[in-house]
Design a protein around this ligand. Structure first.
Ligand code: NAD
Ligand code: TDX
Length: 332
């Protein structure tokens, strides 16, 4: 693991992972990123150019990807279209990046023999009832709901097929909802936090009873590194930090943190096909790889994240008005 290629390494989770690699390993890192609306290359600029290089390009560009993969021993694949609401408005880039992009990478890995880690989501498993005592495990059948989650599910299945049919050296992780610094203002927590900073009201889809299982992005990074270092080839690992909260609870906590009344939010049009609840049983990665999350207090992690958005207004401000206008046009 001397030369690592990180696709999507200028996005929220990818860039936090690149920072984690620089801090915790000796590896040199190449980021391949198309720099879509979701990218923050400025977050990589502060890292030494001796350690991190950014190549701007498409993960579905076979000749570029072939050249890059041939020059690295390890590939970590974050690049994706990641927002469910966008996938409902226009699924096309989701099929291109999540499916064709993953296929392109797999073919390059098959030729070069590099080791691949594929980053995926718990949404491939569909959703759970609020009172279901079961959580998702590595054995849960796939049942995705949205264009986003179905393209991620398809990408996972491609990886599994390339492992079995062609013997590539690959692992997969399915993680729950991430929060932390550098997440785009289209996503739930940054949207509500920046609404509140602007003196506006949080916007809850429907009744707000949907549950997400929150994990700090730093813990996602340490879990992916543990899989790279100690994971067994061909295996899938679920990553989660026992962080189940309803959207309503999260919004109330944000309002409490800034000293506003807990009912100072709006209910807006619900998401079509909105998954009710995600919940991860992460026993396998904990028992097999000895991984543990370090952010075990969601309230404290959320408070630190709110403070981060207060301090980094210059980064998110240029994206805020257009993001809100797009939501407003949909009654959200
Ligand atoms: P993001 O949208 O913030 O970043 C995605 C990055 O991929 C961006 O930098 C973008 O420019 C890049 N990209 C998009 N299309 C590309 C293409 N065709 N070629 C090259 N680069 C391209 O997403 P994120 O939230 O950081 O998610 C990263 C990965 O983690 C995704 O695979 C996602 O499915 C997965 N994941 C996300 C979460 C979450 O809570 N956000 C949870 C579990 C898994
Ligand atoms: O304004 C909002 N109001 C609201 O109530 C927004 C933007 C969202 N929501 C709800 C929808 C979800 O129940 O909040 C919850 C979280 O929404 P998102 O941030 O859009 O995340 P989600 O759809 O759960 O998907 C996220 O986690 C899994 C990531 O975007 C995916 O990339 C990841 O795979």
């Amino acid at each position: 693991m001397d030369r690592i290629l990180v696709t999507g390494g200028a996005g929220f989770i990818g860039l936090n992972f690149v920072h984690h690699l620089v801090e915790h390993t000796e590896a040199t890192v190449t980021v391949l990123d198309k720099l879509t609306y979701a990218a923050s290359p400025e977050a990589l600029a502060e890292l030494s150019s001796d350690r991190v290089e950014l190549v701007v390009g498409d993960v579905a560009d076979a000749s570029l990807v072939g050249r890059l993969v041939a020059d690295h021993d390890t590939v970590v694949h974050f690049a994706a279209e990641s927002h469910n609401d966008n996938s409902l408005a226009d699924p096309s880039p989701f099929v291109h990046t999540n499916l064709v992009g993953t296929f392109t990478l797999l073919e390059a890995v098959r030729r070069s023999g590099a080791r691949l880690h594929h980053v995926s989501t718990d949404e491939v498993y569909g959703d759970l009832e609020l009172d279901d005592p079961q959580r998702f495990t590595e054995q849960t059948p796939y049942n995705p709901s949205s264009p986003y989650s179905s393209t991620k599910a398809g990408s996972d299945l491609l990886v599994r097929a390339w492992v079995r049919s062609f013997g590539i050296h690959a692992t997969i992780s399915n993680c729950s909802n991430n929060y932390g610094p550098w997440q785009h203002v289209e996503k739930f927590i940054p949207r509500q936090v920046t609404n509140v900073i602007d003196g506006g009201r949080p916007k809850l889809y429907g009744a707000g009873l949907n549950v997400r299982d929150w994990i700090h992005t730093e813990d996602h990074s340490s879990a992916v590194l543990a899989i790279l270092e100690r994971g067994r080839s061909g295996e899938t690992y679920l990553i989660g930090a026992d962080g189940e909260r309803s959207n309503l609870d999260v919004v109330r906590q944000i309002l409490r943190h800034v000293g506003r009344p807990e009912d100072d939010f709006d209910h807006v049009t619900d998401r079509a096909g909105h998954d009710l609840r995600y919940a991860i049983d992460s026993s396998k990665i904990r028992a097999e790889l000895g991984w543990e999350p370090s952010y075990d207090d969601f309230e404290a992690g959320l408070a630190a994240t709110i403070d981060w958005y207060v301090e980094h207004e210059a980064w998110w401000r240029p994206h805020k008005a257009a993001t809100e206008a797009a939501y407003a046009a949909k009654g959200q």
